[in-house]
Design a protein around this ligand. Structure first.
Ligand SMILES: [Zn+2]
Length: 459
């Protein structure tokens, strides 16, 4: 069994790993590089293998940095079978369709500039049609802990990774000749979170390929973060302003809705509080959650089966249409507005920031990761004024940064997961190089490898 590495090697995005065994080629994820413009070239570059030669694509979860290059793979000739859990399939559909549309829009914009300058044509990385062809490639549905035969001797089994709805760690075993096995962690979640189960521990394997996103730090506790959220909202309402929460469409949005509902039930938040979910993608993702209570942790499934929707608040309103979104600009105070993008780099949240940042009585609550250079990061770092839609906006609103809602396992949880498997070899991916080196010092009784892009390892 041979594994080669084609993305998320000593970095956190672009997950893509290739397994070759018993004459079959199996790709684990095919994600987008994310974070800066320079990565556009990396996304459009050669995969490092021939997409036509790949037989199976096993998808761990629906985040863009794990599924975002699949339509490009199909565009370049991949005709194999894509295998994912039912929830991942539905979420990946939303994510890839959105990405295809954004690529088309961006190419159109660039095209207009290029035309004026007499430069050659801009083509999108891929478009809606490529995404539709990708959806046709989805074959069998993976069910947690049920083995799927890729050949009579080559099997894949998915285990709940507890990271986002439908997320999985995948164990591949080849029993031909001397048996060989490898586990890909995918992204691992935090234990004890709302909605999802804790990450499962698969049976051991010869090698483990694992993520190390937060391999160098411990997360803040969840309980105090939820209280901080409630306090920030009640303080803002007391001042008479609005609360703007920039959120990622998947998981974080639903998690915040879940805690807002609990806050109302515990009488920490006003029952009549209007909450606007102003993101078509987040609305669609929330609907997918409603279809998959089988992915929920026991207590939340019971809640759901008892006729209760864990995300339904008395004052929740979905604003799918742009005209309804624009109407939110008239809100004087006392409302919670959740909109994307999470890092404020685009999307409807920028309109809400324009209408609320200058107001002393309003608040912006950051609940997710904010990369360097993004508007979210600039605000968190204390900018006194920012430019939105060509207009200078003074920052007078109160800003809160609440760090306890991470969807990733921290150092201690990663370590516990790895230790339970006791692999002969531990291969670290999906982390910054210095974080990885730090994490490697914590591992014992295992050979640690940190592959670079293009490296091959024999298992
Ligand atoms: Zn992820």
């Amino acid at each position: 069994m041979k594994i080669s590495f084609h993305g998320a090697d000593r970095e956190v995005t672009g997950s893509c790993h290739l397994v070759e065994s018993s004459g079959k080629r199996i790709l684990i994820d095919c994600g987008m590089y994310q974070g800066s413009r320079e990565l556009d070239e990396e996304n459009a570059g050669d995969f490092g293998f021939d997409p036509r030669s790949v037989d199976f694509l096993l998808l761990t979860h629906a985040h863009l940095d794990h599924c975002g290059r699949i339509p490009l793979l199909v565009k370049r000739g991949f005709r194999g079978e894509i295998i994912a859990t039912a929830a991942t399939r539905e979420l990946a559909r939303i994510v890839m369709l959105d990405a295809g549309r954004l690529h088309e829009e961006e190419a159109q914009r660039n095209q207009r500039h290029a035309h004026r300058r007499g430069e050659p044509q801009h083509k999108p990385l891929y478009g809606t049609l490529d995404v539709l062809q990708t959806l046709d490639r989805f074959g069998r549905t993976a069910v947690y802990e049920e083995s799927i035969a890729l050949t009579p001797t080559l099997h894949a089994t998915y285990y709940d990774a507890g990271h986002i709805l439908g997320s999985a760690s995948i164990r591949i075993e080849d029993t031909q000749g001397s048996a060989r096995s490898v586990i890909f962690s995918g992204d691992l979640g935090n234990s004890g979170r709302a909605i999802l189960r804790d990450p499962q521990s698969p049976p051991s394997a010869d090698a483990v390929v694992m993520e190390t996103t937060y391999g160098d730090r411990a997360h803040k506790a969840l309980g105090p973060s939820i209280e901080e959220l409630y306090d920030a909202i009640t303080d803002t309402f007391a001042r008479g302003g609005n609360v703007v929460i920039p959120t990622f469409a998947m998981e974080r949005t639903q998690e915040i809705l879940y805690y807002l509902r609990e806050g109302i039930e515990k009488k920490r938040l006003p029952r009549s509080m209007p909450v606007y979910l102003d993101s078509p993608m987040a609305i669609s993702a929330t609907e997918v959650f409603d279809h998959h209570p089988e992915c929920f942790a026991e207590k939340d499934r019971t809640l759901f089966e008892g006729g209760k929707d864990p995300f339904a608040l008395p004052g929740l309103r979905f604003t799918r249409d742009a005209v309804d979104s624009i109407a939110l600009n008239q809100l004087v105070g006392g409302a919670v507005i959740m909109a994307g993008s999470g890092m404020c780099t685009g999307g409807r949240v920028r309109h809400h920031l324009r209408h609320n940042l200058w107001r002393q009585d309003s608040s912006v609550i950051f609940v997710g990761y904010a990369a360097q250079g993004t508007l979210a990061r600039i605000l968190i770092d204390g900018a006194k004024r920012v430019t939105l839609f060509g207009e200078e906006v003074p920052v007078r609103a109160r800003l809160y940064t609440i760090n306890g809602f991470s969807a990733h396992a921290d150092r201690n949880e990663l370590l516990a997961w790895q230790k339970a498997l006791r692999p002969k070899r531990t291969i670290l991916v999906h982390g910054d190089a210095d974080v990885m080196r730090n994490f490697a010092t914590l591992l014992s009784d295992t050979e640690v490898v940190m592959p670079a892009k293009g490296d091959e390892i024999e298992v």
